[in-house]
Design a protein around this ligand. Structure first.
Ligand SMILES: [Zn+2]
Length: 346
């Protein structure tokens, strides 16, 4: 009996919300079956093929895995395709690190520490953009929230704030918070008053938007701190709270407004270009808020005119390129492949 080795990789240097973890199980019986039966390879050849096998990023991170991959939350999972039990199943852990100013140093340090021998880890880079990354983040958030628990609204808010302002200790800030409210006093940032957390209108609106987006596939409309809202309700509220003006959004058509809101939200976080000058303000503000340089940057680019424009207005391009860095942990896979091979060709 081999004791379970401690093999988590240490991600504590990364701000919350910058790393997404995926676990995919792969059935070695199915892989060997494919190689030996379908492709007619001898076990030895099959083994060397399996050893160098690397799933694609899509296979490692998709929510609907296909043979020989599958997802399972069970303690003792079985292969859904052939019924094989534990010793045939290997695990790939994949970590997707959002590239950028704030993750570059910890990422390099982490990669340096990983064992190099035998392709135990693979590092794969992929180009993406802020919008795709944001939707992936929302998707992951949705999977981790319990929508039957009233607290999910607070959880979603905290997660959003962690993503937006990773340098604030939101865990601590949310400690014993029972309610999140819109502040009528603050122009930016947040403050605690007993069990209530007050957010400046802009932040509050972004929290509403996040809640709406994360819950809309679970509920008709979306659920927010202000109850169940249709898209129209939501936009009305954001307009009323001055958020649309604040970010310089002049469109009237709800569909367009919504698209731009998403692009804005997706590219609004501290390590994005737009907020590059915000970090210096922060350290002083121990208990209160930070700057939102993003707004200004966006306003500048968005003084579009309404009316009889002949050529289409230049798009407010807020979608930014983002580089994703995937780290694939192949250790479990390599070990299991070895032991399975041993049983094929003792
Ligand atoms: Zn199988």
């Amino acid at each position: 009996m081999t004791p379970t080795k401690k093999r988590e990789i240490d991600l504590s240097d990364f701000p919350p919300g910058t790393v997404t973890e995926y676990t995919t199980l792969v059935c070695l019986a199915c892989i060997f079956d494919i190689f030996t039966r379908q492709l007619g390879l001898a076990p030895r050849t099959a083994f060397s093929e399996v050893k160098v096998h690397t799933p694609t990023i899509a296979e490692l991170t998709s929510r609907g895995a296909q043979r020989p991959y599958f997802d399972s939350d069970e303690k003792h999972p079985h292969c859904p395709y052939c019924g094989s039990a534990k010793r045939w199943l290997a695990r790939f852990d994949t970590y997707c690190i959002e590239g950028g100013r704030i993750t570059d140093a910890p990422r390099r340090a982490l990669i340096k520490k990983l064992p190099k021998a035998g392709a135990q880890f693979l590092i794969i880079e992929k180009k993406s953009d802020s919008r795709a990354v944001f939707f992936e983040w929302l998707d992951t958030l949705g999977l981790n929230l319990d929508f039957n628990d009233q607290n999910w609204l607070l959880e979603a808010t905290r997660n959003y704030l962690e993503r937006r302002e990773p340098k604030t200790n939101w865990e601590e800030t949310f400690d014993e918070v029972r309610a999140v409210r819109r502040s009528s006093r603050l122009a930016e940032g947040w403050e605690r008053d007993g069990a209530r957390l007050f957010l400046a209108p802009g932040l509050y609106c972004e929290a509403l938007l996040t809640q709406y987006l994360v819950s809309r596939s679970h509920a008709h409309g979306g659920l927010t701190l202000e109850g169940r809202l249709t898209l129209m309700d939501l936009i009305r509220r954001l307009r009323y709270n001055g958020y649309l003006d604040q970010i310089g959004l002049t469109e009237r058509e709800p569909g367009e407004v919504f698209e731009k809101l998403i692009d804005h939200l997706a590219s609004t976080h501290d390590w994005s270009r737009a907020t590059a000058d915000s970090s210096s303000d922060r350290s002083k503000a121990a208990n209160k808020s930070t700057k939102k340089a993003a707004k200004k940057a966006i306003k500048k680019s968005n003084k579009s005119r309404k009316g009889k424009t002949v050529s289409p207005e230049p798009e407010m391009t807020l979608t930014e390129p983002v580089k994703l860095h995937y780290i694939v942990d192949r250790r479990d896979f390599l070990e299991k492949a070895k032991s399975v091979y041993a049983s094929y060709a003792p």
